[in-house]
Design a protein around this ligand. Structure first.
Ligand code: DAH
Length: 340
């Protein structure tokens, strides 16, 4: 049996020398010292020896076991070192290698235009009000004095969600919301998305943006409307532009009008942008109809106001000379990157 022990020790030394991974080393450990390992079996068979022999053999077996354990420990340690060195090489980072450049994003031309318009009105003391894109029919039409038979209320012109809920066709319902919530003086603008049934072409889109404006206070007149919007036009298109107001009809204002600016491309002599007329239509406006003020229980004897609404796409297309409105919604980076 002593011989057997020596043989096991000898073999263990050889095997450990040849082992080249932690897994192989672990396999050797199990083969020798595991529950069914060679050394474990031998120690178990000691029961058949007489006490004298057992004592002697036990001693020898324990020292072989200790030696093997020491060898294993040494081998495991050196394997771990090797593994670390290997990992170090594999995971080495070359800090001198150029980094991956991340592209800086740009603002969409619609965002740029809305921000420019908003900044001008904010400088004049307006604050920004928000309203939902999914609106009640009441806020979108009834509160704004739109008669039941108004053509824009037609099923074929508006995206109805239910009989009483729709995708707002204009930002004007924010007027109703503000009047119901706030007391004069009121001085807000409200940029946002609107929806109308429209077949897309170069100048039409079923989804578009507007900026609404509402001012209500004591003693507000048409002169305030004209002064404010004239100043706005000069700040947005340049101090040389002139404005003119034409009568028009909107249910929520009386009197109502549209404002044109002298063509900021040709200076008013006539070009393809103003279709030769020298003028460009920019917005609808008017003095807030008393029926609209009444929705907010505002004293129409004491307070008056003006309102306006403009299409953002139209202004962006003209300003940036974009030929087709659909370019704005295709998210083609080659297009958007031009607005750096
Ligand atoms: N909501 C109108 C439209 O979509 C635009 C408009 C006209 C808004 C006159 C106003 C206004 O506030 O006073 O055509």
């Amino acid at each position: 049996m002593q011989n057997q022990l020596m043989k096991i020790l000898q073999e263990a030394k050889e095997q450990l020398q040849n082992a080249s991974t932690i897994i192989e080393t672990e396999e050797i450990r199990v083969k020798l010292l595991g529950k069914k390992g060679q050394l474990t079996e031998i120690l178990r068979s000691m029961g058949s020896l007489n006490p004298e022999e057992r004592k002697e053999f036990g001693k020898a077996a324990n020292s072989v076991r200790a030696e093997i354990e020491a060898l294993l420990e040494e081998k495991f340690a050196s394997m771990k070192e090797l593994q670390k060195a290997d990992q170090f090489i594999k995971e080495k980072i070359d800090v001198t290698e150029p980094g991956v450049k991340s592209e800086l994003g740009v603002k969409h031309p619609i965002t740029i235009t809305i921000e420019e318009i908003s900044r001008i009105f904010m400088r004049m003391g307006f604050s920004i009000a928000e309203g939902p894109e999914v609106e009640t029919v009441f806020n979108n039409f009834d509160a704004l004095n739109s008669p039941q038979n108004h053509p824009s209320r037609d099923m074929s012109d508006t995206f109805y969600i239910t009989e009483n809920i729709l995708l707002r066709t204009q930002t004007s319902p924010v007027q109703a919301r503000t009047l119901m919530k706030e007391e004069p003086p009121i001085k807000i603008i409200s940029p946002g998305r609107c929806f109308r049934v429209d077949t897309p072409d170069a100048t039409h889109s079923p989804m578009f943006h507007q900026v609404e404006g509402l001012l209500v206070d004591e003693g507000i007149t048409m002169a305030d409307l004209k002064g404010t919007l004239n100043s706005f036009a000069k700040q947005l298109f340049g101090s040389k532009v002139k404005t003119k107001f034409r009568p028009h009809y909107f249910p929520f204002t009386e009197p109502s009008g549209e404002m044109d600016v002298s063509c900021f491309k040709c200076g008013g002599v006539g070009c393809r942008f103003c279709k030769g007329s020298g003028w460009i239509e920019i917005l609808g406006c008017g003095m807030v109809h008393p029926n609209v003020l009444k929705v907010g229980h505002i004293d129409t004897e004491k307070y008056t106001g003006f309102a306006f609404g403009m299409g953002v796409e139209r202004i962006a297309l003209l300003k940036y000379e974009i030929e087709d409105i659909r370019l704005l919604y295709e998210n083609d980076m080659r297009f958007i990157q031009q607005f750096k």
